[in-house]
Design a protein around this ligand. Structure first.
Ligand SMILES: [Fe+2]
Ligand SMILES: [Fe+2]
Length: 232
């Protein structure tokens, strides 16, 4: 552990781009005879050897009230388990990975482990959030006016993906994420992940090797969340 504490941590460009000019190489601290971080960062809670989705919720996703409240709302409205799971997972990229294009990243993270309809819904909720659907009483969120300003217009790729999703047979699954997506959520209302143990158990194919070690197309992304400061 002492040896781990001593390792030199170099952040990936994506963590510092903006604060730093990405055209300039990241300054490498002199090694002073120390080794570089090549695994677990001792400042972070250690993940079990075979981490499950729940372990990521517990140790990497921070308080996940937002997604858990969305999932509970979906469940209360009588939505099916795919929708509830999609709500539970829809913003995990914001919580634990990358904010920008979080719908696409989030879908890719879970794609190998869920029904294709669930990851599809997660991918497109990001675009659908910006477009109303009167048929289900979904309006452009007030909070987006506050967050992005009254003149914000989504980029053309978002508009294009919305147009595509609108005509798709799984449109309503994705739309239901946006319907149950809460923005003015109540911080006093606590939801426990255990509430969804059965739904996750039935609908999320937990790899026996642990998330990150199963050689799936997104395993490396889970490893990056586990070891975000690994040097290479
Ligand atoms: Fe989202
Ligand atoms: Fe959300």
């Amino acid at each position: 552990m002492i040896e781990e504490l001593d390792r030199i941590v170099v952040k990936s460009v994506i963590y510092t781009s903006g604060e730093r000019d990405p055209r300039v190489p990241v300054p490498r601290p002199p090694d002073q005879g120390k080794f570089y971080m090549m695994g677990h960062d001792s400042r972070l809670p250690r993940m079990p050897d075979k981490p499950t989705l729940c372990d990521f919720f517990r140790y990497r996703f921070g308080p996940s009230n937002h997604v858990m409240q969305s999932a509970r709302l979906a469940q209360k409205s009588g939505a099916n388990e795919k929708v509830v799971l999609a709500c539970l997972l829809h913003d995990i990229s914001v919580a634990g990975f990358i904010r920008g294009d979080h719908g696409y990243w989030g879908a890719q993270l879970v794609e190998p482990y869920v029904d294709a309809e669930v990851s599809w819904a997660i991918r497109y909720h990001q675009a659908l959030r910006f477009f109303p659907d009167e048929s289900v009483g979904y309006r452009y969120p007030e909070s987006y006016i506050k967050l992005f300003g009254p003149d914000y217009k989504p980029e053309p790729y978002i508009e294009r993906d919305y147009q595509y999703a609108r005509e798709h047979k799984w449109y309503m699954t994705s739309r239901l994420i946006t319907v149950n997506d809460l923005y003015a959520f109540d911080p006093a209302m606590q939801v426990q992940l255990e509430e969804f143990t059965d739904i996750v158990g039935r609908n999320f194919k937990q790899p026996k090797e642990g998330l990150g070690f199963d050689a799936s197309p997104s395993a490396h992304m889970w490893r990056t969340m586990m070891w975000p400061t690994k040097y290479l």
